[in-house]
Design a binder for this molecule. Structure first.
Ligand code: ADP
Length: 163
């Protein structure tokens, strides 16, 4: 009998996907049979890329990774994770500054769904400073982001800012 496939959900804004996110997703695929990258439909934020644009870019970057699926979610993350049959939530930890918020979230999510574990993954050292907001700022002023994002994301940023 083959074991039950293990699914993890990696939630976030991904506005846009950076090489830091890519690093975490690839690491997660080594631990789980199926990784669902779940783009949050957060009405409070004004994103640079629409939800469809963000989903489309992640799908393009991971088109050859059969174990990676891309989706959107609304409302409670743990509810969504349950619907996906996930046993884990993936989060990336960059610096101590991420820790307090992530720790709170992990404990709250465990309260809500005791069967779902939060798994923290650490990116490659040279990606630890990277964030979507930094990429947006650099790209907005025409800076070179080729080391920070996938070429498809770089093209999309160029189109967005006309740089
Ligand atoms: P959120 O709004 O949920 O923080 P983000 O898209 O900014 O959405 O981040 C999603 C997840 O990816 C978070 O767990 C975040 O810590 C992680 N992450 C973002 N950038 C990096 C990076 N450079 N290295 C590792 N993890 C990262």
């Amino acid at each position: 009998m083959s074991p039950t496939p293990r699914t993890a959900v990696f939630p976030g804004s991904f506005d846009p996907l950076t090489n830091g996110h890519v690093d975490i997703i690839v690491r997660a695929t080594r631990l789980f049979d199926r990784v669902v990258v779940a783009v949050a439909m957060n009405a409070e934020k004004t994103p640079l890329f629409s939800i469809d644009e963000r989903v489309g870019l992640i799908r393009e970057v991971f088109r050859d990774h059969l174990s990676v699926q891309v989706d959107t979610f609304n409302g409670l993350l743990v509810e969504y994770a349950r619907q996906q049959g996930a046993s884990a939530l993936i989060r990336g930890l960059r610096a101590v500054s991420d820790f307090e918020y992530e720790f709170q979230m992990a404990l709250m999510n465990r309260n809500l769904a005791p069967g779902i574990e939060t798994v923290f993954l650490v990116p490659a050292f040279d990606l630890t400073y990277l964030s979507s907001s930094l990429v947006r700022e650099v790209a907005r002023f025409g800076g070179d982001v080729s080391q920070l994002v996938h070429p498809k994301v770089q093209q999309a940023l160029k189109r967005k800012f006309g740089t």
